[in-house]
Structure formats: C-alpha cells, structure tokens
Design a protein around this ligand. Structure first.
Ligand SMILES: Cc1ncc(COP(=O)(O)O)c(C=O)c1O
Length: 389
C-alpha cells in the first residue's frame, strides 16, 4: 500500500494543508462549530435564502409529491416536469432562449467547455478564472490561451492571431470568485462580436446579486437580453439551494443534451432542490430589499476595511479579499480570527496564484450592522497584531 505520509508532510510544510471543519448547526449568519457559536463570513448564501421559510416549504412539498431522488440520469428516466418548469424560468430570468440544468457549477463548466472545445478550436480564458473553468479547458481538446486578468488588449491580440481556429470561445468569471472584481463584459461582448467568437460568462457569484433585478453580470452592464452571450449560473450560492445551469440558445441546449458528458452521465438533481430553486427565482424577484441590504452591507464593510488599511484588491462586490501574501500568515491569521469567534477562510494556492494568499470574506444580506461592526473590531485588532495594517 502506498504511504501518503511523505506527501502530507510536504503539503504541510508548504502551508497548504487543508482540513475539514464540522458545522454542527447553522442559522446564518451564525454557525456552531465544535459547540461554539461563530459569526459566519465565509458563506456564499449571499441573500440568506438557505433559511427562507418559503424555500423550505416548497422543498418539503416536492419531497412529499416526488420522493427523495430522481432515480436516474435525465436522459434515462429522471427528467421530471420540474426540470422544464425551472429551465423556462431560468431562461426568462437570464433573458435567453432556453436553459439546461446541471448538477453543479463545476459540472456545467467542465461539461460545456469539453463539449464545445474540439481539436480545431481555441478557448481564451482569463488567468483568474475558477478552477472548474480551468478543468473544463483541460478536458476539452481545444488549444487553450490564457490572457492576463481583465486585459482586453491582451485578449484582442490573441484573437487576431487565432483566425485559423474553428470555434473561438472566450470564457470568463462574471464576478471573480477569489477577487470579487467584475469582468469587463461590454468590452468582451464587443471583441466577441468583432471576432465572431462565442462568449461564456460564469455568473456563479452574480446570479441573484448583480443588476437591478439580480439577473447577473449582463444586467449590471445593462446588456441583459441584448447579446447572444452564453451564461453559466449556479443555484448553490445566492439562490440558496444547489445545482447550476447553462442559459443560451435553443440549439446550444440540444447540442449539450447530446454531447455534454457531465450532463449525460450523472443522476438528475433531486426534486426538492428543483422546487426550492423555482422558489428562489420568485424570492429574488419579490424581495429586492435583500439585494439592497447585501449591497449596503458590502459597501460599508469594504470602505471600513480600506480605511483601516487592509488591501482588498479591486473588489467591487460581496466577495472581499484581505491580502496576506504568504500562505502561512493567511492560515495563522484565519486561525486567530476563528479563536475570536469569526469564521473567515484562508485561501491559498492553488485556489489563488502563488504569493497571493488571502482571507476571502463574504458578506450576506442577513448580516446586521452589529455583526459587521463586531467583525471589523476583531479584524482591526488582528491586523495590528499580525502587522498587516
Ligand atoms: C466562479 C465559480 N464557478 C463555478 C463554481 C462551481 O459551482 P458549484 O459549487 O455549483 O460546483 C464556483 C464555486 O465556487 C465558482 O466560484
């Protein structure tokens, strides 16, 4: 039997060891870990929908009517009518012709890039794209060109050199998952049109959050419904449940149903998840005050952090990085916060580039001003102690 001890020692020495924390109960933004109540600032449940009474009620009703599982893949016998109801609503929410639900965002990215990117094709990918996009690129047979983060001149020069390829696919996070900044979508759309490419925007962290009606990055730039951009969205973050979808043209959907292996070869999502996702879309529409509250919270929090002297990069959203540099410092800092009752995770390579370890703080609509002030007081003391500020 192979002995993993040596590998584990190496991972530990590099400050990259990860351990699973057990959550014993939660009612965001508070959570109980090892019997201690903590203030949660590491969750992607941005609007607090995981605990919304309507979400739970709809999930329970679906559970009663449909049972606990789908029983098979969608192309076999798992394609409950809940899927078409949800896909219609998702398409209308994202202003596209149609949508296709996947089991996770990871699978959606891996599934679309590997299906679209053939041997004659090229994928242009922002250097800070999420790991699921990176893995999707690796799974495809296409040439992969990585362009500098949000650098449209660099992307254009690659596009100019890439006329020989078949499909040219540009893929970007809408809101970058570790930096909290926003992709320059108007410039990306312009490049896509001028170079006859395909644009895929990963709206995992923008869905339910950005734009007047929470429709995502395109709405943020007033481009919703005006382009044929393909959108990947997730339902496990601001939508408060689980799963993901690709929103785009009708023929793209048919192509993915036939060719996307992570869609085809997996069990369909359970009915309770689909029912709560349907309800999440309703709540996002009917309770805009949650989105406003989230925006007020993250604007206040980030401004206060900057005034204290923390480096939060170019974050514009609810994802706020607090730069630490070394993985060891990031880990020690996060452990210290944990001891003080503040739950924020340290993010280290390979999730972020070497030398850019950080805390990744996420703000929720359910944080009160008291929560935010308490977190700021803890962060200020810790920042001084660790000589970060
Ligand atoms: C930008 C981005 N895309 C995709 C994913 C994957 O989504 P899921 O958690 O549904 O697999 C994540 C998850 O954190 C993400 O941050």
């Amino acid at each position: 039997m192979y002995d993993f001890k040596k590998d584990l020692i190496q991972i530990k020495q590099a400050g990259l060891y990860r351990d699973l924390l057990t959550i014993h109960s939660q009612s965001a933004p508070k959570t109980v870990v090892d019997g201690r109540e903590m203030l949660m600032m590491a969750s992607n449940d941005y609007l607090g929908l995981c605990f919304h009474s309507r979400m739970k009620k709809m999930a329970q009703q679906a559970l009663k009517k449909w049972g606990t599982g789908a029983g098979s893949a969608r192309l076999i016998s798992g394609n409950m009518s809940l899927f078409s109801d949800l896909e219609k609503k998702l398409a209308s929410f994202k202003a596209t012709e149609d949508a296709l639900v996947y089991s996770t965002g990871y699978m959606a990215n891996a599934g679309i890039l590997s299906a679209l990117g053939g041997g004659e094709d090229v994928i242009y990918s922002d250097e800070l794209n999420h790991a699921s996009i990176i893995d999707g690129c690796r799974l495809s047979r296409a040439r992969v060109e990585i362009y500098r983060h949000r650098d449209m001149a660099a992307l254009e020069s690659l596009l100019k050199k890439g006329k020989k390829y078949g499909k040219r696919i540009i893929v970007t996070d809408g809101v970058f998952s570790m930096d909290g900044d926003i992709a320059p979508v108007p410039a990306l759309v312009d490049l896509t049109q001028r170079h006859e490419a395909i644009l895929i925007v990963d709206d995992a962290h923008a869905t339910g959050v950005l734009g007047e009606r929470g429709r995502g990055t395109l709405e943020h730039f007033h481009l919703c419904g005006t382009t044929d951009t393909v959108i990947m969205g997730t339902m496990g973050k601001a939508m408060g449940c689980f799963g993901a979808f690709i929103a785009g043209g009708r023929d793209l959907k048919k192509f993915l149903v036939n060719c996307s292996r992570s869609f085809i070869f997996t069990t369909a999502l359970p009915p309770s998840v689909l029912a709560s996702a349907l309800e999440a879309l309703q709540i996002i529409k009917k309770e805009p005050e949650r989105r406003q509250r989230l925006r007020d919270n993250y604007s206040f929090f980030r401004k206060a952090l900057n005034e204290l002297g923390f480096n939060t990069l170019e974050s514009e959203t609810q994802i706020i990085p607090i730069m630490m540099g070394s993985s060891v410092t990031a880990l020690d800092f996060a452990r210290h916060l944990f001891d003080k009752g503040l739950f924020i995770q340290a993010i280290r390579p390979p999730a972020v580039p070497e030398g850019s370890a950080r805390l990744r703080l996420t703000v929720m609509a359910t944080h009160t001003m008291e929560d935010i002030k308490q977190a700021l007081a803890i962060l200020e003391k810790a920042g001084k102690r660790f000589r970060i500020i």
